[in-house]
Design a protein around this ligand. Structure first.
Ligand code: ASP
Ligand code: MG
Length: 259
């Protein structure tokens, strides 16, 4: 079982979906059970938020979540189509269809439980399960989103729920560096990092992995690998190398009280 996560930069254009479908198919030769989490296409979440603000300067957060969750929904459908075209069976699922239950705090919800029944069904039929990142559903059945950059957290939480030892993140950089490799030519790639070091880098502003997902991975002993979608064979960075998977199924602390 492997969880792969593709961010917005990896799906910046229609052709991108064929390219990442190839990476997924290659990976499926080793790992028969694949869950793939995808973000909205580059810039789309910002566009949807701007669109909302053209209609209402301070949109109700429930309706804003209904709107922005569409970005990831577009990506999952297009990725399933790209895989199908390359001969690999795949099914797309929204956050709620994947059983991702969150607290009720619209636009900044926390994952409190996952019931991945439909994902197991797809995986048992040897289909790639494609999941919309960044979104879930409250116990009242409302669509929620997890806060900007939340798809990384979706991917780690799914690994916890499914018992996957590792999440592979495919980014526009070949791993985690000691400085921003896009701005600093001398930046050094770090092949292995502890959770604490990765967290410190994330908190200092390295935009590679979201701090929340590193904390969730540490709690559950999930390894995080960072690769480049342009050159997926490069070794990249592993966070939590040698970590024993810790099956405590612990998710996030809710940001609002359950009722
Ligand atoms: N699409 C969302 C955002 O841009 C979530 C994510 O990409 O992780 O914040
Ligand atoms: Mg993003």
């Amino acid at each position: 079982m492997l969880v792969m996560k593709f961010g917005g930069a990896s799906v910046s254009a229609p052709e991108s979906f064929q390219k990442i479908a190839k990476i997924i198919i290659e990976r499926s030769l080793q790992d028969k059970k694949l869950v793939v989490v995808v973000s909205a296409m580059a810039g789309q979440t910002d566009e949807l938020l701007e669109l909302a603000r053209k209609v209402h300067p301070n949109p109700p957060t429930r309706e804003q979540d209904m709107l922005v969750s569409v970005g990831e929904r577009i990506s999952i459908a297009l990725l399933a189509m790209a895989l199908e075209r390359q001969g690999k069976e795949a099914v797309s699922f929204t956050g709620s269809q994947s059983g991702i239950i969150t607290c009720e705090n619209h636009s900044d919800a926390r994952i409190v439980e996952i019931r991945p029944k439909r994902l197991h069904e797809a995986l048992n039929q040897e289909k790639v399960a494609i999941v919309a990142g960044f979104q879930g559903m409250s116990r009242k059945g409302e669509i929620t989103t997890l806060g900007r950059g939340g798809s990384d957290t979706s991917a780690v939480a799914l690994a916890v729920a499914l018992g996957a030892e590792r999440v592979e993140f495919y980014k526009d950089v070949p791993g985690i560096f000691d400085a921003d490799p896009k701005k600093n030519e001398g930046a050094k790639l770090m092949p292995n990092l502890s959770y604490a070091d990765a967290l410190e880098l994330a908190k200092k502003g390295a935009k590679v992995l979201h701090a929340r997902c590193i904390e969730l991975a540490e709690k559950n002993g999930v390894q995080l690998a960072v690769h480049s979608f342009n050159d997926p064979k490069l070794p990249g960075t592993v966070v939590g190398f040698g970590q024993i998977r810790n099956l405590n199924m612990s998710y996030e602390e809710p940001t609002c009280l359950p009722n």
